[in-house]
Design a protein around this ligand. Structure first.
Ligand SMILES: NC(=O)CCC(=O)C(=O)O
Length: 258
């Protein structure tokens, strides 16, 4: 599986600019014959939470339409990061995943809201898991702060995904934690981690990129710099079976004790 991580500079509170740059990023990634393009968190609006009433995508329709069109046109799967979505008078931080045929594979609302960036004041938390196949490969997706909750990832990883996709807006000041948390999630779940962060700034934070691809042993296969760029990597999915075969942590669990 060849993946492309679209590390972009999200324009604060400017959906039109962001939909345009995502279109360009997906096209450029597709030119490199990748199987999956992965986008960062809240890429339509950034964390312009105070203006979600005018900025959020109504029911996610604009996002779904764009991602489906791009997926079909370029015959590529898209893990659509997350976007701010308005539904029934509430706002969600929502990941949409579409396959090469443009069909929607999953919708996931971020489960853990990050209070330090005021999400708890504006965003409604999700309740459901996010497991989906990418070209028949079992995969899962979480959003940013979710990675601090290993039990949430574990619950889903125990169902067999080989790749964990992560979309984020993770501030520069905590990037050392970002790397370590992601490496730990890869090691303990014996899965590839494909994690996309953004670059640039908003009124409250700087974002330093460092989008990562990590193998099931926790080794960093690719890491982006602090500027807008496309990172690609090839995942040898047989490695997941090898690592799980060597140290069968999923079989050795004692869930009756914890
Ligand atoms: N957007 C987020 O969820 C940020 C999470 C974060 O920065 C953290 O330290 O956790």
């Amino acid at each position: 599986m060849r993946v492309a991580l679209a590390q972009i500079n999200i324009q604060f509170g400017d959906p039109d600019a962001n939909y345009a740059q995502v279109e360009t990023a997906v096209q450029k990634a597709a030119e490199q014959s990748v199987d999956v393009v992965v986008l960062p968190e809240m890429w339509n609006t950034g964390y312009a939470l105070k203006r979600l009433n005018v900025l959020a995508d109504d029911e996610g329709q604009r996002t779904q339409k764009l991602l489906s069109r791009l997926a079909t046109e370029f015959k590529v799967n898209i893990v659509g990061g997350s976007v701010a979505v308005a539904r029934d008078g509430r706002y969600y931080n929502e990941m949409l995943v579409v396959n090469r045929q443009g069909a929607l594979l999953s919708r996931y609302d971020k489960v853990h809201r990050f209070g330090l960036m005021a999400e708890d004041q504006y965003i409604t938390a999700g309740q459901t898991e996010n497991l989906f196949p990418i070209d028949d490969v079992p995969a899962m997706g979480v959003i940013c702060y979710d990675i601090r909750f290993p039990e949430w990832l574990r619950k889903q990883a125990a169902q067999g995904p080989k790749v964990i996709f992560v979309s984020a807006e993770w501030p520069t000041v905590r990037l050392p934690q970002w790397r370590l948390l992601l490496q730990a999630r890869a090691i303990e779940n014996q899965a590839f981690v494909v994690a996309v962060n953004r670059v640039g700034s908003d009124p409250d934070n700087d974002f330093g990129g460092q989008s990562l691809v990590i193998d099931p042993l926790g080794q960093i296969m690719a890491i982006a710099g602090a500027h807008a760029q496309l990172v690609t990597a090839k995942l040898d999915l047989d490695q997941v079976e090898q690592v799980r075969g060597q140290i069968p942590v999923f079989n050795d669990r004692r869930p009756e004790l914890y």
